[in-house]
Design a protein around this ligand. Sequence first.
Ligand code: N01
Length: 547
Amino acid sequence: MTSVVTQAPERKTSQAADFDVLVIGAGFSGLYQLLCLRDRLGLSVQVLEAGAGVGGTWYWNRYPGARCDSESHSYCYSFSDELMREWEWSERYPGPAEILRYLNHVADRFDLKRDIRFNTRVSGSHYDETANLWRVSTDAGDVLTAQFLITAVGCLSSANIPNIAGLDTFEGRWYHTGQWPHEGVDFSGKRVGLIGTGSTGIQAAPVIAETAAHLTVFQRTANYSVPARNAPLTPEFRRYVKEHTGEIRRVMHSTVNGHPWPVADRLALETSPEERQALYEKAWETGGLRFRATFRDLVTDKAANDTAAAFIRNKIREIVKDPATAAKLSDFDHPYAAKRPPIDTDYFETFNRDNVALVDVRAEPIDRITPRGIRTRDVEYPLDIIVFATGFDGMTGSLLRMNIRGRDGLSLAKAWAAGPCNYLGLQVAGFPNLFMVTGPGSPSVLCNMPVAIEQHVNWITDCIAHMRMNGLKRIEPKDEAMDSWVAQVNAAANATLLPQAKHSWYLGANVPGKPRVFMPYAGGMAHYRKICADVAARNYEGFALSA
Ligand code: N01
């Protein structure tokens, strides 16, 4: 833990408010934010959490095959060497049960649960300018007040269930992966339809296929995927992690996307075809998101990207025995990694099973859901269960559904009608003392999330400490700082191939009516970290602070 103020001033709540700070969400972000504000700054903090337990994303996403795509030794907090050393991950990629055990361990170790109100969904958050406090209402009818409001609601918490006609007539059962029943779903003997082939659908399909009588995968856009190569961690690797915590953290904090490996400093187009092929083969065998780090021009140069796309297309054709299915699975319409690249365990192999079929809904669009199943233009597919792996109203959905209103009743929805304009992804003009952890306009989903979260939480904590030490009561960004940041976010995206994926949730393209704006900051986590540190060092340049 480096940048956060460590001296706890005397605990003191402003007279008018119930708490100094209200934090919404008890996932990775909310837990760490509570710890920093309560135990390091001595503030009174209340966390409001819709779930019955801690965990955020991992509390809700318990679908079959769910597993984190970041490697376990880096998908954890790095603020405490002791915590890093004492926790032992069992596999290369942790599943929801293990991540929930970890987050409960953290919550218990730092005695966080006593300040979390579970089963409490926020229904409205209004800024009262006269009193300079936020009034937060809950679905239980309570109203709580605080000087600061911090959203720690995650980027992917608002399920996107497509509006397909007839869903209400379906006589089977249906589920969205992001709201998975905690008791699980029994697929045995069932005919299952899975809609969606993003990271989630690609993880779920092989596991569902193992027990279902039949699985039909409805694919709208062919997706790249690379083997994850999950495996139990060896004692040697666990020892290595314990002995190198500082070094692992240093690498995670210095890389473009917060993973514990650097992007190779070589160009695909300056590498001979033979060597390039050998490097891709090696990366394919190693598995995981590291594949993207094979060359540094993969997400900036289309010709370089084409070499990776061709390699993956060939792999799919080698794996999938039916050439027509292989062709549909590899008919990509976007550059590799322009959408979040999935990693999988036997996804393409699953299409060699007798009980699995692929439907290309571009060629054969879904017409409606019937009482018996899904009808496309050509055929009715009889189903007992439909699984929507159709993603989320990403980045802004979880914020906008909380009915946030700033000065003069301005709603965040109105302020963001043309897209999520803000400063550094942290604050929005007109919404004083409201901070977003990993909001749009920050690297967030382009980064290994715990790394992005810790940086934001540390920055916000330092900022609040600065305000209290200097008798400052209010902070919000200046309009010109916001405009400049929005321009920088756009420029960073346009320097990459990412905006070329026209159907990407990064662009809001998966939600009808949502403005098409590239939302995360694509300039790299390490660069972003420096920008934020420089802003703070220059006396919070771009923010208006007042007493
Ligand atoms: O959602 P997605 P996701 N008819 O939006 C399809 C993170 N994550 O839940 O591409 C037919 O990526 C849609 O088709 P198209 C990760 O950041 C992390 O899979 O829009 N199909 C697409 O195929 C990820 O990016 C992990 O044409 C429809 C799919 O549904 C993010 O979550 C694991 C449709 C949605 O893909 C979201 O991933 C999983 C319709 N009407 C996820 N509407 C780990 O690290 C949508 N689709 C573990």
